[in-house]
Design a protein around this ligand. Sequence first.
Ligand code: C2E
Ligand code: CA
Ligand code: CA
Length: 567
Amino acid sequence: MRKNNRIPLSPCLRRFRFYFDLLGRTTKDYLFFTDLQENLVMVSPNMVNDFDLPGEIMYDFDTYWLPLVHPEERGPYQASISKTFASQGPCEHNMEYRVKNRKGEYAWISCRGRVGLDRDGKPSMFVGTMSRMAQRNQADEVTGLLNKYQFEHAVKLALAQYRATGEGGAIMVLGLDNFKIINETYNRMTGDMVLRRVADLLANVIPPPLTLFKLDGDEYAFIYPGGTTEDVAEIFASVQSALSRPQDIDGHQYFCTASCGTVFYPESGKDYLVLHKHAEAAMDIAKREGKNRNVLFSKEQYNRWVRSISMRDSIWESVENGCVGFSLFFQPQVSAEEQKLIGAEALLRWKNPKGRMVAPMEFIPILEETKLIIPVGKWIVEEAVKVCKKWRRYVPDFRVSINMSYEQIKDLSFKDFVAECLERYDMPPESIILELTESKIVADWSFINKQFDAFRSQGIAIAMDDFGTGYSSLASLKNLSCDIVKIDREFVKKILENDFDRRLVQYVVDLCHSIGIYCCIEGVEEEAEYELLTKECKADAIQGYLFGHPESVADFEEKFLLGNSGD
Ligand code: C2E
Ligand code: CA
Ligand code: CA
């Protein structure tokens, strides 16, 4: 709103008012005209309105303007103005800085002004324009930080600097973790406040004179010419500590962390698009690896990331089409003493749309990360139960072991699904064993135990898989209620030449037996290993290439079941 203004115009201002008003109608920029002798400033109405100034004509303009200038740019602003006014000849003030607008938000403006001299050569007027950089696509509307176009420009300048001086550096792109949840839980306005608060926190931790930029969405970035791995680690540690304090925004307490991707130039790219792409990829990897961390770009990791992205799409498609491309292979398990077939472990296989078999180590992490393991896991249970029913015709007590991911345990509908599936196929609970990898269950014992107990009370056995590969195997054994322990191949590998490993297996089996746990040894490849494991270590069951590789249903039937009808 335009305010009343009773200050009389100076003769100098009166002379130019007409042109000033006329000019004001031709542009969206802000105009200003200063009578330096009278210390009187005339500004355009849009400037009064946008910055809530007392009027179009003001004495001592800087008493109003300076408090609005962002504290970081106040010093440089004053220095530039003093230099301009002190000059003896015509001199230009040309600066970009942030000014707080009527809404209390900082907006970037670009100001250009020139000092005019009177007939005696003394500075008499200062005239110029200011433009809002957001209008010219330069500043981010929400935070007032320079935007992605300015970031691009700055990266190009840094690369030009590198070409001129040989000095490379680092580019860090930071993305907020779970920002979507803040937007969804509250509203966009709160989300914007969070973005502004984070912008302030980040601006405080990056060392001057580095500039913070705001990219799309919840991402920020800055360039660190000369920045080393140590510098980058130090900055990220400061970011983490700045964000570790809970923030109070609009009456809501919230925590947010950031994931960061760092690229070094020229090592990881000599071109803006490449560097930006690599930094974004590194940030995405940081998020996938658990968030709240900084990942330094590497080519190998990037190639893996690209492969996993395209694999992700194909996996989605497979699942959407009813798990087409997935199949189960089965690996026989035999009783240690008699070498009788007692069951099989169901192992998931996936053929990509080009028909190539992809290793489980590659596609299972993707299923887990996308939570697609939940529908696929149900499909696995159903297929495994069906197959088990069929094979019980040959081996009446046949048991099928099914691998379970931690994600599935967390899904509380899984338990009911398993029970319902057994009922549907009229199969007893003893026909399946659920395996969970020991290395994944270090945390959250009480929750996992509760889930395990729920299965066990239904009569479904639980196996602790890959025993010995986690951080605290013995602690898992002590704290988890399971029926079977599967000792990992890691131990078996060295059992023949290493007395310690042999004794270790022997003790673990003994310990398990003393508390009523059944022991299956995995990865047995040689006859000598088998001999030692059964005779000395007293294992209960064996699974390994010595007795059979994982096979398709048809091959398994042909190799291990046909001609083996129940005896
Ligand atoms: P795992 O559960 O430990 O499965 C045993 C792995 O050891 C299988 O690899 C099997 O082929 C391999 N193996 C068996 N005997 C021998 C041997 O004598 N020597 C050697 N060197 N290896 C042997 P596979 O099929 O590649 O599966 C790898 C992992 O993928 C599995 O390890 C399991 O963690 C995961 N996985 C497989 N199927 C499923 C599934 O249906 N659901 C879930 N959640 N994970 C699965
Ligand atoms: Ca397993
Ligand atoms: Ca295993």
